[in-house]
Design a protein around this ligand. Sequence first.
Ligand SMILES: [Zn+2]
Length: 172
Amino acid sequence: MVVRVQDRFAILLGRDALYPAPIAFTLAHEIGHIALRHLEATDAVVDMEDPAQIEPDDDEESAADHYALQLLTGDASPKIETNLDDFSAAQLARAVLVTGPERNIEPGTLALCLAYQDKKWAQANSALKMIYDQSKPVWREVNFLAAKQIDWSAIGSDSADYLRAVMAVPDA
Ligand SMILES: [Zn+2]
């Protein structure tokens, strides 16, 4: 979800993944809600289901998806062609590890774009295990980066202590 307090925003992620690409899409989608001014008339936009896994059900959801794709791939509606009608996870992993860098698209993101386009979720999710060197909870890196964006001196020490505990980030 995205919350707004006056003209400031925060993205709250209620899910995690073992690989970066799914979280990158969800984060980019939520950034889209902010950038496209979907919070001007409301204090929060809540995506109950993961935007990466569902068809958008209204114009704002669709616009946020296109924003995310533009941000992550350089194309708001990328069309991905494959030279095989069906393929294994290993074939997909090998293909995106070559094609992704050529197109300046992170390979895991490219695999998920194809999964979304052609409903190849099983192959793409298995391919993620081969695309990345290791699995690890993505939230740690997300929260580490988020912590750098917070002006800790602007919030009270009790709030800062609470927020650091919730985010599991060390004292600045
Ligand atoms: Zn949304």
